[in-house]
Design a protein around this ligand. Structure first.
Ligand SMILES: [Zn+2]
Length: 240
């Protein structure tokens, strides 16, 4: 077979193998990614919850401040009441006093309501923290397993890359550039085997003349329909 063609087929074979390892790698990482996504979602919920707790505490302290102010006001009213001279003035102060007491009561009720919500949110927060801890432990365990499996794939990849680099180094640069140019649009199918006398890149039939040229393998032949480099796999040669 033509040496250049042979190298192109080999280069493509190595690159196809590298491509095949991508889903394998993703599959190995999948359980870890899933756990990490779960952890992220929990952390986001925790962050939101902490923000809510902060807001409720702020509302609570506003009410506490209001109560302090109203108590000051009551003291003030009491002092004034001791000094009043007319019934009318006294009544007016009495109304003011009642209003302040009602406001204090309302503020206290609000505070009580906020306390209940806070208690509930704090409980939720603790639960979330526990869940995150649990997932962290799972992540640590899973990572050990994933890393071990990835190591095997990593070794395979390294070997393939090494072979690929060595091959490219000894290849004719023009042939390599020609391949890279087809790869730009055809990707990993830049070199396509013929199956049932059709290009597996574009699925178009290959006429007898071109087919016999490809079978001979004396030259680099491209598909007349799509431009991919054609070849016939060894195991298919007897069948054709
Ligand atoms: Zn084609």
């Amino acid at each position: 077979m033509n040496k250049f063609l042979e190298e192109l087929i080999e280069l493509n074979r190595l690159e196809r193998k590298l491509k095949e390892l991508e889903p394998v790698e993703a599959g190995i990482k999948a359980p870890l990614s899933k756990l990490e996504n779960q952890k992220k979602a929990l952390e986001e919920r925790l962050e939101k919850l902490e923000e809510e707790i902060k807001n409720i505490k702020l509302k609570r302290s506003k009410n506490e401040l209001l109560i302090a102010e109203l108590k000051e006001k009551l003291k003030d009213i009491e002092e004034k009441q001791n000094k009043v001279k007319s019934e009318k003035e006294f009544k007016a102060l009495q109304i003011e006093e009642e209003l302040a007491r009602e406001q204090i009561e309302a503020a206290n009720e609000e505070i009580e309501r906020f306390e209940k919500i806070l208690e509930q949110k704090e409980e939720e927060k603790e639960e979330l923290k526990k869940e995150i801890e649990k997932i962290d432990a799972e992540i640590t365990l899973t990572k050990v397993d994933v890393d071990k499996k990835l190591e095997t794939v990593e070794k395979q990849k390294e070997e393939l890359y090494k072979k690929r680099d060595e091959l490219i180094k000894k290849m004719n640069p023009n042939i390599y550039r020609f391949y890279e140019k087809i790869k730009r649009w055809a990707g990993i199918t830049a070199v396509a085997p013929i199956k049932k006398q059709a290009c597996t890149g574009c699925n178009m039939k290959i006429n007898d003349k071109i087919f016999s040229e490809v079978l001979k393998g004396e030259e680099i032949v491209t598909c007349p329909h799509c431009g991919r480099v054609l070849f016939v796999e060894e195991e298919d040669k007897d069948k054709e």
